[in-house]
Design a protein around this ligand. Structure first.
Ligand SMILES: [Zn+2]
Length: 367
């Protein structure tokens, strides 16, 4: 029988600020002196120059390798081989989610420390002990549950603020949801992301995440649209990348992410960002919970103010096909998904009705 222990898990170090790429050796030198860097194509030349100089000036070695677009077992094995040939003792990932997952996986199999350097702030995945592996064709293969979180996560605010604003907003959506799911999971004494019980610390970090994005999200979006970083951008990134990741891992997920998972099967939503779908999942969760009107209004007004999609139409659903959304509701209640972390029993019928009602409420607030 499993002991119902609680947990808080986190990267060993989370560092946020300007100019981290050009000073990377300073932050990672205590973990290794021969880095193997898996890097997205768009930033490879810049990384070779800026990070390369930092490693060189610190007297350390670095090998840079372009990421091949998909986090597959084949790509992980290719990087493992190259990292060994280079004699690397630390793995660094610089790029989007798939690049970072490849770095996490390569480091895990080679039993080396890993440094995560995200270039977009679209989800809270960088800090988590999880990688998503895909098949060669791009379909989902499996989750790789890692025994620990990344050793270091470096959030370079200038690079993250320069990424497309839509990605930044999606990250705010993922972070907006964290508190409500952790609150539900805590009330239910459900399972958090490492399948232990939600801790008070996890819930507190999730609440701080919500307060931080409410205070800073709109100000941050204005700056990011100009591709500049401000204090509000920095606080928002701390929430979207660190607080949301750690808050969710320790506090647990609930209906919003379960509904998101169901929504991945809807063809017209394939190009929609994770955080955008999760935001709609949150509205449906608030309907399921019959959340106070004031809370619902705060959330809806915030979604509008940061420019996230509010209604299903905003998400690109031109025609509401009942059978598709019945399936979403069914999938959201699948055995083992996080709907089981709601503090009351939820049926597919309840979820379907919550989706329809959430969309009608969203429509009524639409400009
Ligand atoms: Zn998420």
């Amino acid at each position: 029988m499993k002991i119902p222990a609680k947990s808080v898990t986190s990267p060993k170090k989370f560092i946020i600020g300007k100019g981290l790429l050009a000073n990377i050796n300073e932050y990672i030198k205590d973990f290794g002196d021969n880095a193997y860097v898996i890097c997205d194509e768009f930033i490879l030349d810049r990384a070779k120059v800026e990070a390369g100089k930092s490693f060189e000036e610190g007297g350390n070695k670095a090998t840079f390798e372009k990421f091949n677009y998909e986090c597959t077992q084949k790509e992980i094995d290719r990087n493992r081989r190259l990292a060994r040939e280079a004699g690397a003792n630390i793995i660094v990932g610089i790029g989007g989610g798939k690049t970072l997952d490849t770095a996490k996986s390569t480091a895990y199999y080679e039993k080396l420390p890993v440094v995560i350097f995200p270039t977009i702030a679209s989800t809270d995945a960088p800090c988590t002990a999880l990688a998503v592996i895909y098949n060669e064709g791009g379909s989902f293969d499996r989750y790789l549950y890692l025994p620990s979180n990344p050793d270091i996560v470096l959030a370079d605010t200038e690079i993250l603020a320069a990424a497309p604003a839509r990605f930044f907003a999606a990250g705010i959506g993922d972070a907006l949801t964290t508190y409500f799911e952790a609150r539900a999971c805590y009330r239910a004494n459900g399972d958090n992301l490492i399948l232990l019980k939600p801790s008070t610390t996890g819930l507190a970090i999730a609440r701080a995440c919500y307060e931080t994005v409410l205070e800073n999200g709109v100000k941050a979006m204005q700056a990011v649209k100009q591709k500049i970083s401000t204090a509000a951008v920095e606080d928002t990134i701390e929430a979207t990348i660190y607080m949301s990741g750690v808050g969710a891992e320790a506090g647990g997920l609930a209906a919003a992410h379960a509904i998101h998972n169901g929504m991945t099967a809807v063809p017209s939503l394939h190009r929609v960002q994770h955080g955008e779908k999760v935001t709609f999942g949150l509205l449906a969760q608030l309907v399921l919970e019959n959340a106070p009107k004031e809370e619902l209004e705060t959330v809806i007004n915030f979604i509008k103010a940061v420019g996230l999609p509010l209604t299903l139409k905003d998400l690109g659903v031109e025609e509401f096909v009942e059978s598709e959304w019945r399936q979403v509701a069914e999938d959201a209640c699948a055995e083992g998904d996080t709907m089981g972390n709601m503090p009351f029993a939820v049926s597919p019928d309840d979820v379907y009705n919550a989706i329809v009602a959430a969309n009608a409420i969203a429509e009524s607030y639409h400009d």
